[in-house]
Ligand binder design. Sequence first.
Ligand code: FES
Length: 320
Amino acid sequence: MVERTLTVRVERIRRETPEILSFELAHPWGRELPGFEPGAHIDVRMPGGFSRQYSLARAPDAQDRGRYLIGVKREAASRGGSASMHERVREGDLLPISAPRNTFPVHADGRRHLLLAGGIGMTPLLAMAQALARRGADFELCVFARSREHLAFADALAAPDLAPQVRVHFDDSAAPEKIDLAAMLQTHEAGMHLYMCGPAGFMSAVRKAAAHWPEDAVHAEYFAAPGESSVPAGRAFSLRLTQRGFTVPVAADQSAVDALHDFGIDVPVSCEQGLCGTCVVPAQGEGAEHRDFCLTGAERRHKVALCCSRARERELVIHL
Ligand code: FES
């Protein structure tokens, strides 16, 4: 289900790398699209009935006239979404999208920001870096790519206000140019925040190198649920809805969101893997067994993602 649906026109398609196309999306009548914070993503509905989430890859500014930029990697094992975007979408087409949502924000109170991007995972971090550069913040954007040919958004990375803060690691380059993750993340100082986005192997390598960082200083956006699928099976439990004043039973093989839908209570969902944050609601978080990949440690104290998380014991209290 897509929350609020907008229609956009595909203004421009550009090949970034052999596997990545960028799409510039505009309002069909030239109006400004809704504003967003860097790190936000949209759901895109594409030909074939697929819906996928894509991060917005450019921080809003006066020059973009309220347009969105996304990058789409053609996955070798595409389940249809990236293939549809690459093969069936053309300039001038109209696409339904959701309004932007942000579950991966920049922590504005941070003293220093380290942005680590693997491949197409650069998209949200590029927008964050542009916004941080405009603010004059202390940050570094490190991009890991297979080779120069596989580096997307090279023009944006070379922009004069960004380039001094960008380091690019090519897997095929000489050793001295490579980034040593362990050395880079060896020390965490107060006020430092780490943001990461990339494929599963990259994410686990960064997590391992930052294992000693405080939980609330590490922020991740995943493409897909890492490891085992997050099919929300487990024990049966009850959802107590504080605002409605009643309780909804959740069966062992059912998600909390499905149980609520069966009761006619509409909670929006999108990825259904704990990645996008669409189904997050306020909760007494200590009662939850969190299975999402989008909430920070601090957020988990008072929020829960209902598509995948369950009650730790017999009851989960949510503020709906
Ligand atoms: S629907 Fe995406 S996190 Fe639940």
